[in-house]
Design a protein around this ligand. Structure first.
Ligand SMILES: [Zn+2]
Length: 79
């Protein structure tokens, strides 16, 4: 029973020590991005009106409220 108490004290002490290390900034933050790249923003996906291919809206060609994956499909129009 005495050893259990010692163990609990050691666990609490270890947790306090760890917390202090994280708070002081000496430990590496767990969610640090090593490449410093901006986080990926979820993009709105739209289907090509001709072939149905899903693509990010920013990469789609828009014409008349419809989206196309390529100039050729834009020219051919909705299927
Ligand atoms: Zn297409």
């Amino acid at each position: 029973m005495k050893y259990l108490l010692v163990l609990i004290v050691l666990i609490i002490a270890y947790n306090i020590w760890r917390k202090q290390r994280i708070d002081s900034g000496s430990a590496t933050p767990p969610h640090r991005n090593p490449t410093n790249a901006p986080p990926r923003i979820p993009q709105e996906m739209v289907p090509c009106a001709h072939c149905g291919l899903m693509m990010p809206k920013t990469e789609a060609l828009e014409q008349g409220g419809k989206h196309y994956c390529s100039v050729e499909h834009q020219r051919q129009g909705p299927a």
